[in-house]
Write a protein that binds this ligand. Sequence first.
Ligand SMILES: Nc1nc2c(ncn2[C@@H]2O[C@H](COP(=O)(O)OP(=O)(O)OP(=O)(O)O)[C@@H](O)[C@H]2O)c(=O)[nH]1
Length: 387
Amino acid sequence: MVFILRTLFANKEIRRPRKYLLTKFIDSVRLHVKGGTGGTGLPKYGGLGGQGGCVYCVGKEGADLKNIMTKYRARTIAAGHGEDSRKNKIVGSPGEDAKLEVPLGITIYGEQGKVLGSINEEGDTVIIARGGPGGDTKNSFLGHFGQTHHVRLDLKLIADVGLVGFPNAGKSSLLKAISRAKPRIANYPFTTIKPNIGIIKYDDLRRISLADLPGLIEGAHVNIGLGHKFLKHVERTKLLLFVADVQGFALSPRHNMRSCLETILLLNKELELYNEELLEKPAILAINKMDLPGAENTFNEVKEALRNMDSTLQSIPEEIRPNKIIQFEDVLGISALKHNESIKILRDRIRKRLDEYAEANNPDIVDASDLFRKNKAIMGERGPQVT
Ligand SMILES: Nc1nc2c(ncn2[C@@H]2O[C@H](COP(=O)(O)OP(=O)(O)OP(=O)(O)O)[C@@H](O)[C@H]2O)c(=O)[nH]1
């Protein structure tokens, strides 16, 4: 009884979201959406019913799916119905639209996985349930029902760089050292249970975003650890930043101890098993914890092994051998904890690789002097050569 009264008279302002909503990172939401019904027309006066309202999504920076889940606890969103035509208001007003603010990076799927649209920039709009037409001569002045169906909003973070590594490799420490993000850092695996985004700011005001994802482990493809659940978030990144612990990794004393080189190959394999296309992305390898004793030797060994991949693979057990090897643009030794010169070098290298990527994908942004040189080479001494 006390519980019922408390619930009935509870002040909605101070009601907190359910506990699981406070902790969990939500990257997929299923909703039932209903477009409004069109208003009825008035045949006697030729009156038109108002059109039913639509449900639509608008991209908004800073919005998140958790807010949608808290706001629409019943997971149903309905737009308003169109107004009926009346003697003193012949044309009924359209129903009120229901606007849903969603984060950038959302893809909207309808029934049977059909893609309804995606939202990648602030202000992008996708209608997810159309309102029914109002009553007029074409439908005997009877308003129609709006569209009613289930949709799934699936979030894939949009960041320039995606950090991938085993748990405890120091991804969060690196994110903290390189950007102003404040992720949780602790000396046990799986401290990171949801993606964190950090921004690197350069002197020329260029900003590069990095997504730190929960650690992958051997067997992630069969859902061990946190599985491949978060790998979808690297699909939209332009550059992969592998972070490997120079000491290697063992999840517990019961698990195999994997060396630094083995963790790199295992990460390669897990990415390959998730989506082979990810291996085509430009990638940088950062070997972390270089402040530890003996790190320099291991680093040189790993670098050498990566250089002679064919002979390395022969000495690697078959269960951790990837079919396709990722090509690293750079292999760097860093210390995320000491926050030293190595972090600065990494920052510059990330910038360089992303600039190269932009140049390759947007030929319009090429350096003007480079363009001049190329044009001069084509034109030769006497101007353009016609072939
Ligand atoms: N010596 C040393 N320790 C480091 C370095 N970077 C990180 N660590 C330590 O390694 C441990 C794990 O660091 P995290 O940054 O939480 O690692 P993570 O990869 O984010 O781990 P998960 O959240 O489990 O995925 C912490 O105790 C850090 O202090 C480093 O450069 N040198």
